[in-house]
Design a protein. Structure first.
Length: 97
């Protein structure tokens, strides 16, 4: 009967593999975290939530600005500014019955 010495020589292999995998994951996380801070990626990703979606919810269109915005009212359905690109919506009641 031939006994092999491979069983005892591989006793810590799983622990070493887990440590290598964990170090690779931590280094990837550190690199990504530094890239987010350096490229200002968090601000770029949150811009649609803070500006576009907010304007779409408030005015119905992302190109619309209101009287409280720094640019003033533009493309606004209820703003009454003479000689501007604002408009009024008039709904016709339909033909008489």
């Amino acid at each position: 009967m031939v006994t092999s010495n491979t069983q005892s020589s591989q006793s810590g292999q799983a622990v070493v593999e887990y440590i290598l995998l964990l170090s690779a994951l931590v280094s990837m996380f550190v690199i990504i975290a530094q890239g987010v801070g350096r490229l200002d990626l968090a601000k770029r990703l949150s811009k649609p939530l803070t500006t576009d979606f907010a304007k779409a919810y408030q005015y119905g269109d992302i190109k619309t600005t209101g009287p409280d915005d720094s640019e003033g009212a533009s493309n606004h359905a209820q703003a009454q500014v003479p000689k501007s690109d604002n408009f009024r919506i008039f709904l016709s009641p339909g033909p008489p019955r």
